[in-house]
Design a protein. Sequence first.
Length: 206
Amino acid sequence: MNCLFTVPMIEASSLIRMLAGRVRLQDLCESTDLDPAQLNNPCARIGLKRVVQLYELLAQLAKDSFLGLHAGAQADPRIFGLYHYVVKNSPTLGEALRRAARYLPLWNSGIALHLEIEKYGACIVQEYRDPSVEENRQYAEMVSTMCLRFSSLMAGNGLRVREAHFQHDMPRDISEHRRMFKAPVYFQMSISELIFNKAALAYPLK
C-alpha cells in the first residue's frame, strides 16, 4: 500500500454495510484480501487505490452499475467525525466548501477538492493525487453525489447543479445521473466537476 494516499477504513466498511444482504462479506474479503477484523477498527486506514477498486468490484457483485451514485446519495456525514464538524460549522455554503477542500487531506490524502470561481459559475473540482488510480468511475460519481448531498443538507437544498462533468467514458445508461443531478451530465471531460451558480456560495447554513 502506498502510505501517502490513504483513507480511513470506515469509508470502506460503511459501503460494505450499505450492501449487507446483497454481497457476502466472505466473498468480498476473499476477492480483495481485506481483513474482516480491520473493518471496524477506527484507527485503521486503507489505500485510496484499494478503495477505488473496491467500489468497482462491489458494483459488479451487487449488480448495481450506479453504485457510486447510490453510495454518495446515502452517505452519512457523521462518519467523517471532526472533518464534518469543521465543515458544517461554517457561516455560508461557500465557506463550508472552502473548508471541505482545505481540510480534506485530514480524511483522504489521495484526492483533492478545489472550489473554483469562474465567470460562468462556481465549480467543485476533483483531483486525484494518487497517480496509480486509473479506472475510477464509481468513486468519482460517489464523490460528486456526496458533495451535492452534503451541501443540500447544510444549506437546505441550496446547491442547484447546472452541469456535472466526469472524466470517464459515458455509461450505457445515464438515466440515474440525470435523476440525481437534475442537470445535464457530460462525460470524457478534461476534469470531473460540479458547476453551479455563484450566488449559492452566499447561502447561510442551517
